[in-house]
Design a protein around this ligand. Structure first.
Ligand SMILES: [Fe+2]
Ligand SMILES: [Fe+2]
Length: 149
């Protein structure tokens, strides 16, 4: 009958954002695979991804990057700093992705192939980042926050 702690709420919120980002990444990947959206719609989804990512990083950094988690597990500070340092670079890469799509001189179908290649490279990098964060939070709190039954 324990009430959830504010800290637990905080990382549940982060986890929920990770899941929402995953859903958006899957939606973009589907649009690129099926080619049912227009190129402008794909550009709009990528723009949305960049905005959501900037807000997500701000949430994670709010009050200090995983400050509460790290007071539980100071041995994870170096890993946390490495992950934090990736945020500005990933924001720039998301913006580059949008710009590349907007100014691309390529005609279809080359546009689809090039955009898919760029998107997937970015998605894989972002997924590695988010997975490492889930592991870090899991280790810090000793709870299985990454599992889905
Ligand atoms: Fe992050
Ligand atoms: Fe994250």
């Amino acid at each position: 009958m324990d009430a959830p702690s504010p800290q637990f709420d905080a990382y549940r919120a982060i986890l929920a954002q990770h899941q929402a980002l995953d859903a958006l990444l899957a939606r973009i990947d589907r649009a690129l695979t099926e080619r049912t959206a227009t190129t402008a719609e794909v550009g709009e989804l990528l723009l949305q991804l960049g905005d959501r990512l900037a807000k997500h990083f701000a949430t994670e950094e709010d009050g200090g990057y995983f400050a509460d988690a790290l007071t539980h597990a100071p041995q994870l500070v170096a890993t946390a700093n490495q992950l934090l340092a990736q945020h500005p670079m990933m924001c720039s890469r998301a913006q580059e992705l949008v710009s590349a799509v907007e100014i691309s001189p390529l005609a279809e179908p080359d546009w689809w192939e090039e955009t898919t290649r760029r998107f997937r490279a970015f998605r894989d990098e972002l997924s590695r980042h988010e997975t490492r964060e889930n592991v870090l939070l899991q280790e810090a709190y000793g709870r299985d926050i990454g599992s889905h039954d």
